[in-house]
Design a binder for this molecule. Structure first.
Ligand code: MTE
Ligand code: MO
Length: 255
């Protein structure tokens, strides 16, 4: 057993004991405890840390059989970006779309859809869970984000990967971010295809994130730019995502 494994066991034991204590203390005591209250609201990194310990860095989201695929996979949120430049790209079949990869990388990239389509792709059939209370099982294919980050030579200083999207809600641009554990997770892909067809505009054409251990709002559509950063401070509303900024949704939306 490596020292890391021993440490993790001890921590898990500690969490189990801690949880028992909280349950015995009763609900009023839990709510009276400001740090637990903050964790329930998602305002505290405790949620993130405990989820990471329970699910582990490498655990895979469940994958399904083709026979499990939902006959209808709803489109949600923005389904047609308003920006004229996006609409011109859509009219041209995204032939001139370029994905920018920059920030804390040794080799900033601008990848055409044709270049992205030549990268080795992963296909996965997974369940999408939206906070609004619906789920759907779909099939996604595209390169692993790790492949693109390695190609760009992402710095060891990078702690977050940010996805800048082409759509907005009023003055606010949609964006999302994930940590490096999810960025290099094997099921984290930039999907170009859904259900064996090119991604439709409604589902995020020409490419969207699939980060399968998190909720729907993390699955950024219409990705224009992937940026490696050391911090999320000073970026848009500073909370790491459109819904995190607009409505206080948890940044780590583990399922
Ligand atoms: N760029 C962008 N990405 C987005 C959204 C959005 O409005 N804009 N909505 C999010 C939400 S809340 C959900 S549930 C999923 C919906 O993906 P779908 O339209 O493919 O079902 O996309 C997520 N990613
Ligand atoms: Mo959602």
């Amino acid at each position: 057993m490596t020292p890391l494994q021993i440490g993790r066991r001890k921590l898990l034991g500690g969490i189990a004991a801690g949880t028992g204590g909280l349950l015995l203390a009763g609900c009023d005591r839990i709510v009276a405890n400001p740090s637990v209250n903050a964790a329930l609201r998602g305002a505290d990194p405790l949620h993130y840390r405990s989820q990471r310990l329970i699910s582990g860095s490498h655990a895979l989201a469940q994958e399904f059989a083709a026979s499990d695929m939902s006959p209808v996979f709803r489109e949600n949120g923005n389904t047609m970006p308003e920006a004229a430049t996006y609409q011109a790209h859509a009219a041209g079949g995204f032939a001139d779309w370029a994905l920018v990869v920059d920030g804390l990388v040794a080799r900033p990239l601008s990848l055409t859809m044709a270049q992205i389509a030549t990268l080795p792709a992963r296909t996965q059939i997974t369940r999408h869970d939206c906070v609004e209370g619906w789920s759907a099982i779909g099939k996604w294919s595209g390169p692993q984000l790790a492949t693109i980050l390695r190609q760009a030579g992402v710095s060891s200083r990078a702690r977050y990967i940010v996805f800048h999207c082409a759509d907005n809600f009023g003055p606010a641009q949609y964006y999302e971010s994930i940590d490096m554990i999810d960025a290099f997770h094997p099921q984290t892909i930039l999907a170009l295809r859904m259900n064996d067809a090119p991604l439709s505009v409604g589902h995020g054409a020409p490419l969207r994130l699939r980060v399968e251990r998190q909720l729907g709002y993390k699955q950024a559509k219409y990705i224009m730019r992937v940026e490696a950063r050391e911090s999320l401070a000073g970026l848009y509303g500073g909370k790491g995502g459109y819904w995190e900024d607009a409505a206080g949704y948890q940044w780590y939306a583990g399922i």
